[in-house]
Design a protein around this ligand. Structure first.
Ligand SMILES: [Zn+2]
Length: 503
């Protein structure tokens, strides 16, 4: 078989695998939107069948043989879409074939029971019920890392599942500098003379009108409703189902504007990335897929924060919001509104955190799960360690474990190494936005006029169209001239909060 024939055969197999996973995605979307509750166990059987079929197809030794042939050929050389596909398929193939079936089964079984135990422990705010399960999960994660193999420490093997190619060495210094800057920033905000009135966004906001407003914002961002949908769910997400089909989900709170508004912008940011990937040309291959969770999150966070929580954006949209929500916003000024959507205050719960404190929640988790995996922290000591770090970073005492180490689902689900991608997304978003601002003509002026397609096109050209051609840190270097860096995010926050809080 010639190299080109091997490549074509590999492409054919990958397309089939991707068709299976995209069918999974449709069923999973349906499960989170319209499926009647009684359908749950049948749906689980459908999803289980699809994922094991996809896994079997992709881990077939034939795929390994095709890759080995191709790696000897010219197609694997140079900076081309073909070589990127071969490189990333090899990476995925090796990872998926390295885990022994018994370990995969053990992880599935244990995490499903750990999840039950965690849910009950959280409800009763009793860590002792979850502790033995956390110990089991951490032990399995250590085995998983060992099966993958790693350089440096075990954490690298797990981080790579979510952020391909990233290592602890790449992120730990950036994260530590960010943490110190954020602690200082929070103190300044706390001591500031001016404090926004958050209650402005916590008034009645008609859900139908919220939906109209959210859709008009998504449309202005360039979210294409001919190849996308917006629906309602309890835990919002975005799913790129396939060619010409990207779905975003949100939830509405009749007494809070922020949840659905910024949630919709966030998911539409993910959606624009999915829509901008070259799926027509490379469906099924890494060139049609997002780079990493961190890069995906950089797209959503940029639209949500750098755009959606900016003053120029609201100079255009606030009069419209006032007309729609006359009772709640009629007598509010733009500055008051801008302050209210950017209110910062320490709080226990990560998913409810503001833009500034959010990363501290993540950094705390990153430091702790790393220590757990290395064996430097015993599961039994998690609450104590959590609470003392929390006090140090946020300046408040944790009152109960359900507001502390029991709040997140991740560890019970075996998602160790996942948390850092949230902060990576925030860091990359600031770096990319900084660069867009330099390269695009009067970006603030564009926002003020309601023009957002310039930014969308820039993101398409620089990021979306490349699929997995470059890994995250390399892409960042190509676009901005430097790798991961905490400074752009810190500068952006200091300026923004300095204006709002008057320091
Ligand atoms: Zn997201």
């Amino acid at each position: 078989m010639s190299a080109q024939e091997s490549y074509n055969e590999l492409t054919r197999i990958c397309r089939e695998v991707a068709l299976i996973y995209s069918s999974y995605a449709v069923l999973s979307w349906d499960q989170h939107t319209y499926m009647p509750p009684a359908g749950i166990s049948f749906r689980a059987e459908q999803l289980g069948m699809l994922s094991s079929t996809g896994h079997k197809k992709f881990t077939d030794p034939k795929v390994g043989d095709l890759l080995s042939n191709l790696e000897q050929s010219d197609l694997a050389k140079g900076d081309t879409p073909e070589s990127a596909n071969i490189r990333e398929l090899r990476h995925a193939y090796d990872k998926q074939t390295k885990l022994p079936t018994e370990l995969v089964e053990e992880i599935t079984k244990t995490t499903s029971m750990a999840h039950e135990a965690w849910a009950k422990a959280r409800k009763e705010s009793d860590f002792s019920q979850f502790e033995p399960w956390l110990a089991k999960v951490i032990n399995l994660m250590q085995q998983k890392a060992d099966a993958y193999g790693f350089e440096g420490e075990r954490y690298n093997a797990l981080l790579d599942d979510y952020e391909t190619g990233a290592t602890v060495t790449d992120v730990e210094n950036v994260f530590a500098s960010l943490r110190d800057e954020l602690v200082t920033l929070l103190q300044k905000i706390k001591d500031a003379p001016k404090q926004p009135d958050k209650s402005i966004v916590e008034r009645p906001y008609d859900v139908k009108l919220q939906e109209i407003f959210g859709k008009s914002v998504a449309l202005a961002m360039g979210f294409d409703f001919d190849s996308g949908r917006l629906d309602i769910t309890t835990h919002p997400f975005c799913t790129g189902i396939g060619i010409g089909d990207t779905r975003i989900l949100t939830r509405y709170n009749p007494n809070r504007l922020n949840d659905a508004l910024f949630g919709t912008m966030h998911e539409a940011g993910h959606g624009l990335y999915e829509m901008g990937l070259p799926k027509d040309k490379y469906f099924g291959l890494p060139m049609s897929q997002s780079i990493s969770l961190g890069i995906h999150e950089s797209q959503s966070r940029m639209w949500e924060n750098q755009v959606g929580r900016s003053k120029p954006f609201w100079e255009y949209f606030f009069p419209q919001a006032q007309r729609l929500f006359r009772d709640s916003l009629g007598s509010v000024t733009l500055d008051e509104f801008y302050g209210a959507i950017n209110d910062v205050r320490p709080s226990y719960i990560r998913v409810e955190a503001d833009e500034a404190t959010y990363n501290l929640h993540i950094l705390l988790r990153f430091e702790m799960e790393r220590a757990l995996l290395n064996g430097d922290l015993k599961p039994a000591d998690v609450p104590g360690e959590w609470n003392s770090r929390f006090k140090k970073y946020f300046g408040i005492e944790v009152d109960k474990d359900s507001n502390g180490c029991l709040q997140d689902v991740h560890w019970s689900a075996g998602l160790v190494g996942y948390f850092p991608t949230y902060t990576l997304g925030n860091l990359y978003s600031a770096q990319f936005f900084n660069q867009a601002d330099k390269e695009l003509d009067d970006l603030e002026g564009q926002f003020r006029r309601g023009e957002y397609l310039g930014l969308r096109e820039w993101l398409r050209e620089k990021i979306h169209q490349h699929g997995q051609r470059y890994r995250a840190n390399d892409l960042c270097k190509r676009i901005t001239g430097s790798g991961l860096d905490h400074k752009p995010l810190v500068t952006y926050m200091n300026k923004k909060y300095g204006d709002i809080y008057g320091f």
